[in-house]
Write a protein of this length. Structure first.
Lengths: 501, 247
């Protein structure tokens, strides 16, 4: 795959070769390919990241329950609006089928999108990975002498860590989504892909705005805080020389694309400055404009329980006198595409419903995952980039399956989490206590006599041991829970007696 | 030899023999005398869910060897049943016995509801909170669940609802996970217990005297929390409720 190629307006030349371009072979980015994983002695290995961070989140019981309720509230709204929707399950199936179809001929649709976008006067760039994406965006900005950029919410640019990169090149980037701006001012990552600051209370935001935006101390009225942010952002919009947006859906047959926001910030980011850069993952393409009629109906309903986002902005080429650049990014996605058992994760339309329903996410917070996209979808995506660094994420789930059932495009999330566990196990990226327990347990359970013998020993021993010995510091079960009482006889012993043999 | 085999999960065999006996009694009440093949041990789920598929595979093999000759395999656990039905294909790729097994392994309530078409009658004058175990719910589809927009059904509830005097309480979150999750209960202890406590609080607010469920593993976790906190709420397997009610 070519490193990068810029296609100029109306040039057909630049599109040649895409059709011949094979689906890229697995490219290790900052990790290794799944077939050549590092051993757990590798310094980048994180086997306990999620449980450690989650325990810290749980330690604040009041905040934990506040967070759980705040996020569950969205699940409730999603339930209510989807209940009033007789064709909900048909739309889920249809959305899933459209995505599966698109992924089955992704190169063709991307090419078609590129051709049509070029015809509309956009410029199209291809980036293999995050570094290349950042370099391309920077070079476009540098070519135009831009030093002040506004950006609407884009998880792709978060994934690529575009902000720190541009800042290191002396460019000011201002996130204009309110939640994104809040976490940006706090110098932290979003904790949710739809509500980046869901982990913060209004008092936290008042304190932040007091410190950063000159709000009076103790201000916590959401309306006043929002107004303050609005004035602050308005100045940034007016001063910006370029606007960066994400892309929710790119339409192959038209070359246009759609950006969904609730604050209209994508519109201001692109209507005021003359230069618009739109960054999209390769999985964002849909074949036809009418496919939007499926996805737009489920996106906001799944995300926040709204019928549709407040703004659904369609872009078809640059605005008069302006320039539009579209950066199409792979960053490991083509590697997922090649693996059939994980392919459906590329259906994801980033609604966040799997986070809202996830009982673990709600009680551990987005930051406990240590990745841009947290929750169930993040836990199946992150290990593709670096299995060792994110080895704890596929285990940060009870495999309850609620995520798979709320997903509007039917990603089989909890089954993918289990597949990942198996893959991490094969690569020895499972904590030693699990591997040992599993090996010993597996050996015993594979032999009926050993199972019966050790079962009896355990049942005899447990009631006779001193409590302090049983509830020792390594007994994680017993920290907050009693062990079950050990009966004198197992079921099979009782059963045999009853049957009289 | 009966054509119905009973699979009693290892932790029920060792810690909750009364649940196994209740299962036997209940089946007998509907005219089914099931075999209990003594060679059985564990379905392999603890190993598989820990990512150690290689340790789980021999157990899957053993399960198929022990049970393949029966027409029905009945198990008082949705989780273990779903391990066999949904996940053995990932442990033993290309194993020909799996396809047939998938069609004959049943969770107890599912077997009573779908195959036996049982309508248990009896008396259980208690306020009962039904704990929907996730694997029964979302792998075996024992109920429609709160997420999907399909015609509502609930096989476990149907079995209980026919009992005289039973009051099935309404929970605020009808099917949220209890946080057990197998080895998750230990490796993510903090979250697991936070989830369990929240689940208990929901049942308490709804006024339940008994938390009933079709998976003893969830109930073992909830019972562990309840006993530590010395709360009066009890847990019972659905088989125990039905066996006690129909005597």
């Amino acid at each position: 795959m070519r490193a990068t190629h810029e296609v100029h307006i109306g040039s057909a030349e630049g599109t040649k070769g895409v059709a011949q371009r094979p689906i890229p072979s697995p490219v290790p980015t900052n990790g290794a390919s799944p077939n050549q994983l590092q051993h757990s002695s590798h310094p980048g290995v994180q086997l306990h990241e999620h449980p450690t961070k989650a325990a810290a989140f749980v330690a604040n019981d009041a905040r934990l329950h506040w967070h759980d309720q705040a996020v569950w509230f969205l699940r409730g709204k999603r339930d209510r609006v989807s209940s009033a929707f007789p064709e909900w399950e048909q739309l889920r199936a249809l959305g899933s089928h459209i995505k599966a179809h698109t992924l089955s001929r992704l190169a063709e649709y991307l090419e078609q999108f590129e051709r049509n976008a070029l015809a509309l006067g956009a410029r199209v760039h291809w980036a293999l990975n995050a570094e290349e994406h950042n370099r391309i965006v920077h070079s476009i900005l540098a070519d135009h002498g831009v030093t002040r950029v506004v950006k609407s919410k884009s998880m792709l640019t978060e994934e690529c860590h575009l902000n720190p990169y541009l800042e290191s090149q002396g460019i000011e980037v201002v996130d204009t989504d309110l939640g994104e701006r809040i976490v940006q001012l706090r110098r932290e990552a979003p904790s949710h892909i739809v509500m980046p600051a869901i982990h913060l209370k209004k008092e936290d935001i008042g304190e932040l705005f007091h410190e950063k935006l000159g709000a009076p101390p103790g201000l916590s009225d959401p309306k006043a805080l929002t107004e303050l942010a609005r004035q602050h952002l308005r100045e940034k919009f007016l001063a910006a020389q370029a606007g960066i947006t994400g892309v929710n859906f790119a339409i192959a047959e038209t070359g246009g694309f759609v950006v969904c926001t609730n604050e209209g910030n994508a519109d201001l980011s692109t209507a005021l400055p003359p230069l618009h850069i739109a960054c999209m993952g390769i999985e964002k393409v849909v074949p036809r404009a009418k496919d939007l009629g499926v996805f737009l109906r489920v996106l906001a309903r799944s995300a926040t329980g709204q019928p549709i986002t407040s703004y659904t902005s369609h872009f078809h080429g640059p605005r008069p006198g302006g320039e539009l650049h579209i950066v199409i990014v792979d960053n490991g996605r083509s590697r997922i595409l090649q693996r059939e058992e994980y392919r459906r994760s590329l259906h994801c339309i980033r609604c966040g419903a799997c986070m809202n329903t996830c009982p673990v996410y709600r009680r551990s917070g987005g930051h406990s995952y240590g990745v841009t996209v947290p929750g169930p979808i993040g836990s199946v995506l992150a290990p593709h980039l670096n299995p060792a660094a994110h080895a704890s994420l596929p285990f940060a789930s009870t495999l309850c399956g609620s995520c798979s059932d709320v997903c509007p495009v039917k990603v089989d999330l909890h089954h993918q989490l289990l597949m990942w566990r198996g893959e991490l196990g094969r690569a020895h990226l499972v904590p030693i206590e699990k591997r040992l327990g599993s090996a010993i347990g597996g050996w015993i359970l594979a032999r009926t006599w050993a199972y019966r013998f050790f079962g009896k020993v355990m049942r005899r021993l447990l009631p006779r041991l001193p409590r302090a010995l049983v509830y020792n510091r390594w007994n994680a079960w017993g920290r907050q829970r009693e062990l079950p009482e050990a009966p004198a006889q197992s079921f099979r012993e009782m059963y045999r007696r009853r049957r009289g043999n | 030899m009966s054509d119905v085999a009973l699979f009693v999960p290892c932790y029920i065999d060792q810690f909750y023999p009364q649940v196994g006996l209740a299962t036997v009694d209940l089946l007998e009440r509907f005219g089914i005398r099931a075999d209990f093949p003594e060679a059985q041990t564990c379905c392999g789920q603890p190993m598989a869910n820990s990512g150690c598929f290689a340790d789980a595979a021999p157990l899957a093999k053993k399960f198929l060897d022990v049970f393949s000759r029966y027409r029905y395999v009945v198990c008082p656990s949705g989780s273990c049943t779903s391990m066999v039905r949904e996940h053995y294909v990932n442990l033993l790729r290309g194993e020909p016995k799996i396809a047939a097994m998938r069609g004959k392994v049943y969770e107890l309530c599912e077997f009573l509801h779908d195959v036996v078409q049982a309508k248990p009658r009896g008396r259980f004058p208690h306020r009962v909170g039904l704990h929907q175990s996730c694997h029964g719910l979302r792998e075996l589809r024992l109920a429609s669940g709160s997420e999907r927009r399909i015609a509502a059904f609930d096989k476990v509830r149907d079995l209980l609802a026919g009992l005289e005097g039973i009051q099935l309480v309404e929970l605020a979150r009808q099917d949220e996970c209890c946080g057990f999750g197998g080895t998750f209960a230990v490796s993510e202890e903090a979250i697991s217990c936070a989830m369990g406590k929240d689940r208990i609080a929901d049942h308490e607010r709804a006024g339940a005297e008994v938390i009933a469920g079709a998976d003893m593993s969830c109930l073992m976790h909830l019972q562990g929390l309840l006993r530590r906190q010395q709360k009066p709420l009890r847990v019972m397997h659905v088989a125990e409720v039905l066996a006690e009610a129909t005597t």
